[in-house]
Design a protein around this ligand. Structure first.
Ligand code: ZN
Length: 372
């Protein structure tokens, strides 16, 4: 396994952590929980924190991070931990999720797990792992009733639980209906609505809020050593997702600023040619693809939000000059309608409408909203 964390961190979620600490201290909490929230807010990190707290041997501070139980949880190797996640389907086995997976592939899965151990915010990327199937739950059913670590609270963590197919969800429901004593189920998901009602009604639902971009920016500066502007662009594009922010921070994002600036200059003019030029730039540049275009539109939304909030010098390093200029040039700018228009275009582009037409229409509409 890779280098391990020395503590259980649930970054920027002090209130959530405190709520859980109180719940655990009170001893009055159910055996099944759904931890929901957007990607990268720390759902898995929280699940590991809860698991370790429930099993920590230290009398005072739980989780201490240094007792044998904590160390095993930090490595995701605790005998009472049952970790379930999507795996590639390599055989029709109904009882063994690992059946048919070749040694090379298993190695890659272990490498992914090692990354998760090193950083709980990491998204497991296992090729062909599209769903959690019944074999995984059947195996859990078999393992969970075996006494593996007497005295320990057994912990079942289902990562991205919405990936369970119908069969798997039904099998899990049966276990939830008659859970073995001393077992806690933690289901993490971005999409709690995709879980069957029957499962949701058996679980307590906990929502983990988004991380603020200011928190993410600070984290990037401290942990990755990136500069303030780069950290701010990455943090804002990530929309509350710490893992995505760390990925963005690894690439040079300063060209986004130029794109935003040139777009705003174009919007401030009245001719058709400059719109046409800008559309072509966004359509044909080498660095432009579907994903980066979505990121660009997200940034444009953030820009209009800042215009609406009339941000002041010092609050952000990113585009304070542009925002102030906009406020001066277009005092009646309707940022709300501008944001709605950009959101609609984002949505349309996901549905593969004609790119050039969609962007042209958007820019003309934005010009209208600038006038108020
Ligand atoms: Zn401990």
């Amino acid at each position: 396994m890779a280098e391990t964390l020395r503590t259980f961190q649930v970054l920027g979620q002090e209130q959530v952590r405190q709520t859980w600490k109180t719940l655990i201290d009170s001893g009055r909490f159910g055996h099944a929980h759904i931890l929901s929230g957007h990607s990268g807010v720390g759902k898995d990190a929280l699940a590991f924190y809860i698991a370790a707290t429930l099993n920590c041997k230290n009398a005072d501070i739980k989780p201490c991070g240094s007792c044998i139980s904590c160390r095993q949880f930090l490595n995701l190797e605790h005998p009472a931990l049952h970790l379930i996640f999507a795996l590639p389907r390599r055989s029709a086995s109904h009882t063994d999720p690992f059946s048919g997976i070749k040694e090379k592939e298993m190695e890659r899965i272990n490498q992914e797990l090692a990354k998760k151990v090193a950083w709980p915010y990491y998204h497991l990327q296992v090729e062909g792992a599209n769903d959690i199937r019944i074999s995984g739950i059947r195996k859990l059913r078999k393992d969970i009733y075996l006494a593996n670590d007497p005295g320990a609270t057994r912990i079942v963590i289902v990562l991205r639980a919405h990936k369970m197919n119908v069969e798997a969800a039904n099998a899990l429901l049966k276990i939830l209906e008659e859970p073995p004593q001393g077992t806690v189920f933690l289901l993490t998901t971005e999409y709690p609505d995709r879980l069957p009602d029957t499962i949701r009604s058996r679980c307590a639902l906990h929502h983990i809020p988004d991380l603020s971009w200011q928190f993410i920016q600070k984290d990037l500066i401290q942990k990755k050593g990136v500069n303030q502007v780069q950290a701010e662009i990455s943090a804002r594009m990530a929309m509350g997702d710490l893992a995505a922010a760390h990925r963005f921070a690894e690439q040079d994002n300063t060209f986004w600023l130029d794109r935003i600036r040139s777009t705003l200059n174009m919007l401030a003019r009245t001719d058709f040619v400059s719109v046409h030029k800008q559309v072509l730039l966004l359509k044909d540049s080498e660095d432009q693809n579907e994903k980066t275009r979505q990121q660009f539109l997200s940034l444009l939304i953030l820009f209009f939000r800042d215009v609406a909030l009339q941000i002041k010098e010092g609050e952000t390093a990113l585009w304070v000059t542009q925002v102030q200029q906009m406020n001066k040039l277009f005092p009646n700018c309707n940022s709300y309608l501008a944001i709605k228009a950009i959101e609609r275009t984002k949505d349309a582009l996901e549905r593969k409408v004609h790119l050039q037409l969609a962007l042209t229409a958007l820019f003309f509409e934005l010009r209208k909203h600038l006038q108020g």
